[in-house]
Design a binder for this molecule. Structure first.
Ligand code: SAH
Length: 389
């Protein structure tokens, strides 16, 4: 397997063009800037994302001259993999170093017939949802397109290596932007990365298999509707503005009525039959009553919505507890009785802190909670050790 160069640290910023930062259109512009024809961009895209080749010398359908020029002026740097942990249920979590001070996490969840990669879009998160441990870390910075797509690149490579060694780890068939961060607050990088995921010259995932999840950044929902074909998930979690203002504070800026109107506009731009997934974390005594279920039924349209109930995943300092299993089952059957496809998300990977809302990485926070919170847990818990060791 060809070796990739580790990502430069803050101290030694590279002046080379990072080819992972571009979707096909962007790469075409880069190649035109180098005085090359645009189809070279397609060839390079295929080498990098389909063949996993990052060494220009091995890109044999490019002229020797172009290969030499790329070696001089461009690069394909990948984040360093610090740690890989494997859950007893097969879920895998990788801790990646994106610069000298920041780490992110990416999680692969194998299921029969499919494998979902949960990617991070930011280091930390600025939204402060009360039940999410990423929020407690504060916000450091947006990830670049390269750092987002690298997660898929690295995981594909790793799963391929495991398979070649005789294991059966599964393959990435779906990607969800449900790792660390709010993807809609890093819109441009997320859009370019998802373009690469959907592109047949790169990963070729079908548009229903790439899902952007948002706590409700309304103007970006409108942009995504017209600029991309990806699926949308909304982190709803509450049925009244007063509760949602508290647990998902971005609701104060974009209240429920505005959010749901944006969801309707989104579906108007999609083929008939497309649906939006509404995520609803189940918090004991907070949002799991009969009245909550009734209001949820009133807010959504069963033809346009799927509901995914997420049993709350605890973390140190959490102020909430998970709804009782009977409460979740009752809530689910009320929604189903009203005609909603309603699933309860299986808790996966919680023994390695890889479940929803448990991702923390390491955030050199510059935001409101400006503190550097090295995550001791990632280094202390039992794991499979540094990758390759
Ligand atoms: N910021 C985006 C992406 C995060 S996705 C968004 O809000 O949609 C992660 C999903 O897990 C979101 O639905 C989030 O609300 C949910 N989540 C966060 N913390 C959780 C926790 N402790 N237990 C269960 N789900 C949680």
């Amino acid at each position: 397997m060809l070796q990739a160069t580790p990502l430069d640290t803050d101290a030694q910023q590279s002046t080379r063009i990072n080819l992972l930062d571009f979707d096909e259109t962007g790469l075409a512009t880069v190649f035109e800037g180098l005085g090359e024809r645009a189809f070279r961009a397609t060839q390079v895209l295929k080498w990098i994302h389909q063949q996993q080749v990052t060494d220009f010398d091995a890109m044999t359908n490019l002229s020797k001259v172009l290969r030499a020029r790329l070696a001089e002026s461009a690069e394909v740097p990948l984040p360093e993999v610090l740690l890989e942990k494997v859950s007893s249920d097969g879920t895998r979590k990788w801790v990646l170093s994106v610069d000298a001070r920041n780490r992110i996490e990416t999680v692969f969840i194998p299921e029969p017939g499919r494998g979902t990669l949960c990617v991070s879009s930011q280091v930390g998160c600025a939204l402060d949802c009360q039940f999410c441990s990423t929020a407690k870390q504060g916000f450091s910075r947006n990830l670049s397109t390269a750092e987002i797509i690298s997660q898929l690149w690295l995981v594909n490579q790793r799963l391929g290596a495991l398979e070649a060694a005789g294991a059966n780890p599964g393959r990435v068939t779906n990607v969800v932007f449900m790792g660390m961060g709010e993807p809609m607050l890093n819109y441009d990088a997320v859009l370019a990365a998802s373009n690469i995921m959907l592109n047949d010259n790169a990963y070729g995932l079908s548009r229903r298999r790439v899902t952007v999840s948002t706590a409700g950044v309304v103007p970006k929902i409108d942009r995504l509707a017209s600029e991309s074909g990806v699926a949308l998930a909304i982190s709803l979690h509450a049925t009244t503005d007063s509760l949602r203002d508290t647990i998902v504070p971005i609701n104060r800026k974009y209240p429920l009525a505005e959010l749901l109107a944006a969801c309707d506009r989104f579906l108007e731009q999609r083929p008939k039959g497309d649906q939006i997934t509404y995520e609803y974390v189940m918090l004991d005594g907070i949002n799991d009553s009969r009245d909550d279920a009734g209001r949820l039924v009133g807010l959504l349209d069963p033809h346009k919505s799927k509901i995914n109930l997420i049993p709350f995943n605890p973390f140190p300092q959490a102020e909430y507890t998970r709804s009782k299993p009977e409460a979740i089952a009752t809530f689910q059957s009320r929604l189903q009785a009203a005609g909603f496809v309603t699933t309860v998300r299986k808790t996966r990977g919680d023994d390695i802190d890889a479940a929803c809302g448990q991702l923390v990485g390491q955030v050199a926070a510059r935001g409101r909670k400006g503190r550097l919170t090295a995550d001791a847990r990632t280094d202390q818990t039992a794991d499979s050790g540094p990758v390759g060791a």
